[in-house]
Design a protein around this ligand. Sequence first.
Ligand code: UGA
Length: 435
Amino acid sequence: MRISVIGCGYLGAVHAAAMAQLGHDVVGLDVDAAKVAVLASGRAPFFEPGLPELLTETLSTGRLRFTTDPAEVVGAQVHFVCVGTPQKRGEFGADLAYVDAAFESLLPYLSDGDIVAGKSTVPVGTAERLAAELIGTGATLVWNPEFLREGFAVEDTLHPDRLVYGIPEGEPGAKAKVVLDEVYAIPLAEGTPLVVTDYATAQLVKVAANSFLATKISFINAMAELCEATGADVAGLADAIGHDARIGRKFLNAGLGFGGGCLPKDIRAFMARAGELGVDQALSFLREVDSINMRRRVRMVDLAREVCGGSIVGRRIAVLGAAFKPNSDDVRDSPALSVAAQMQLQGAHVVVTDPQAIANARAKWPDLNFAETAEEAAINADVILLATEWDEYRNLDPDKLATVVHKMRVLDGRNVLDPEVWRAAGWTYRALGRR
Ligand code: UGA
């Protein structure tokens, strides 16, 4: 099947390559000529495990190409809209400028029977508005949200947990379902659960899922605050409640909280949309989810101050991690960088390191200092803060690190180090929600 993918960022680039891997003939469209050139050469414009290999493989089959020319979508039967919907400046709502621009660029090239499949995360009601724009083109809109995680994007796209189609009523919807079934024939044959529903539900599924995940993280971080006040241990607590299959252990890791380009902006946009719909009370708990999350960052700066004896002014702090999570070079709303910047603003000498995200971090926070490795960042440090749980930081050797630091103090911002091992090696170990 011929497919076009509009927007080749984190979502679109992976989706385009994955669709080609499933056997389709794919053209990826983006307005950014530099990004198109990088992708066309088989490289990924961002760090995503497995993506360069997938790009190289699918480009070599001739089934995948990239372009900046919207006219090249002609002939594709399905057009996936994968552009970003960032948070508006100074407001909670989502900025739909890229979605609107993508539709505008597509409209002149659509033919009778085409399917436009929205994948971007949008406020509920957007699909209904966009469907109206397609009237007269002969194309049908479907809403087909995406649930990939950065760091596992290739795996999640090729082997999704579930597929969701939001389709219109009647014959256009039935026909669209047949086409989507063909697009996803391989994952469907492998038993991927499929939910076929209306536009509104499909749009809500995405933000509801992200809101639930954010709530789970903030729930355990709220418990971490209780643990700190009572001398309890949040990691043990999470293990114990996680054994209840109805609760589950996943997404119960307490620490610096959630960041990235999705969860924070999605819960805020969801609250904004609920307000517009007159049901803001239904989501007022998300305000608390957001503030518990932001409070973790403040608490970490306080903890650094505490271990330094009351002030971080002039102290050297090594921050291990800049990406919002491991296996990504994405620094959007990164808890690690936000804490690093706060500490620097409050007078500490902060040195940040990350296996993949230094370039992105430097572009965003040029005033911070950067080092290539954890050992280099730790030289003469008064405090080591593990802020992003990359494997190489989880596996740091406390004895080796002790030889370069000024003071043996470690703050475990992700609860991934073994306190007994570090304490036995002579370190002062502190974490959020742990003794
Ligand atoms: C999230 C969702 O997990 C995906 O399903 C969704 O498709 C995606 O957003 C999206 O909307 O596009 P992602 O932002 O890649 O994916 O990252 P997550 O793995 O969800 O992690 C988000 C943040 O939560 C990270 O900062 C991570 O460190 C933090 N986190 C995660 C915790 O603090 N504790 C946990 O137990 C789990």
